[in-house]
Design a protein around this ligand. Sequence first.
Ligand code: HGY
Ligand code: MN
Ligand code: MN
Ligand code: MN
Length: 414
Amino acid sequence: MENPAQQLRIDGTRLWQSLMQMAEIGATPAGGCNRQALTDEDRKGRDLFVRWCREIGCEIRVDRMGNIFARRSGTDNDLPAVITGSHLDTQPTGGKFDGVYGVLAGLEVLRTLEEGGVRTKAPLEVVVWTNEEGARFSPAMVGSGVWAGEFSLDYGHSRMDKSGITIGQELERIGYLGPEPVQPAPIKAAFEAHIEQGPILEKQDQVIGVVTGVQGIRWYDVTFFGTPCHAGPTPMEDRRDPVQAMAWLCEKLYGEVKAYSEDARITCGDLRAEPGSRNTVPEKVVLALDLRHPTPEGLEHLHRTLYRVAEQAQEASGVVIDVREEWFSPPVAFDKDCIEAVDSAVQNLGYSNRKMVSGAGHDSVYISRVAPVSMIFVPCAGGLSHNEAESAEPGHLEAGCNVLLHAMLNSAEA
Ligand code: HGY
Ligand code: MN
Ligand code: MN
Ligand code: MN
C-alpha cells in the first residue's frame, strides 16, 4: 500500500503569492529586491517568515549568527532532523527568487504537510542562513560557515560593511542576535531548492537540475599603489598611475582565464579609487576579484595565474601591487544518497531533468561539511540572476518544490 503522503502535491499558487509578498520587502523601482543582509528590510523579511512559520505551529530558534531554524516536530523527535532552507538576503540589485525561493519552498513543504495532516517520523526544519550573498559583508555564506565550523563566531561577528558596521552590531540592532549556540545538531539529510542562476536548464528545456556539487570559489582584494599627483601639469611618463597597472593586469588575466578553460570564471564586481577625485591620479585602486573553477586543480591554476600576472603587471607598470586572499571555498561534491533522494523524487514526479554542478556558491557548501546534502535547481529566465530582471516560471517553481517535498519525505520516513 503506497504511503498516502506520496500523493501530496504543494500549492503552487500559495508558493507564488508568498514569493511575491516577500518581494515587496526591499522592492526596487526596476522590479528587483534590495534586502541586503541585516538591514531593516532583511529584518522585515525575517519577521514575515517567522510569523508564517508560527502560523503553522513551528518552533523557532535563532542562533548567535542570526541563523533562523523553524522546526516542525515529527512522531519521533529524537531522530536527527531533515532540513532545508536558503537565504533571504539579496544583492543590492537582486531579484525576487535567489535564496528566497529555497526558504519559501521549504515553508510551502511544511504548509502542505500541515494541510494534509501528515506527520513525518523525523522532525523537519526550514533554515534562513545569515549573509549568504557576501554583498554587504564579506565573505559570502558566513552564517552557515560559522555554523559549520569554518569560521569562529568572533570572526563572523567582526565582519564589517563598507561603513565599518559589524555583523555583530547589526544582529543586535535588528533583534536577531539569538541565544542558541552556532553549531550543528545531528542532521539526517539536507536539501536546498534554488534557481539555477545560469542558462543551462532553460537552454536544454529541462525543468529540474539534480545538483551533484558546487564549483570552487576564491576571493581576493588586489590593491594597486600609485603616486597621487595633479591631472593637469603632470606629464604622462612622469606618473605612477594605479589605473594603468589595473588595466594591464585585467587585460592579461581575463585573457589567460578565458584561454585556460571554458569552465573558468573571473569577475571584478567591485572596484574603488582613493581619494576618488577626478582630477587626481589615485593613491590606490582596490579591485575585488572573484575566481571560480569546478575542479581543485583548475582553481589552483587560476590562483597561481593571478599571482604571476600581478608580478608581470608590477614590472610593466612600476606600480606596487598587493594581492590579499579574502575567501577560499573549495569545490564540493554532494552526498550520493541525497542526490539519489532528489533523483528518485524527480523520476516519480516525471519532470524532465539533468544532473549538474552549481556555478554559484550556496549555504549547502558549508552544510555539506557536517551533513549529507544535495540541491534542486529550477530554470530562471535567460539564466539571469544577481539582476533586478531575475524571473522564474510559477510552474517550474512549483515543480522544484514538489521535488523538495518528496525528497524530504523520502528521507524523513526512511
Ligand atoms: O557568490 C555566490 O555564488 C553566491 O551568490 N553567494
Ligand atoms: Mn542564492
Ligand atoms: Mn546570490
Ligand atoms: Mn548563492
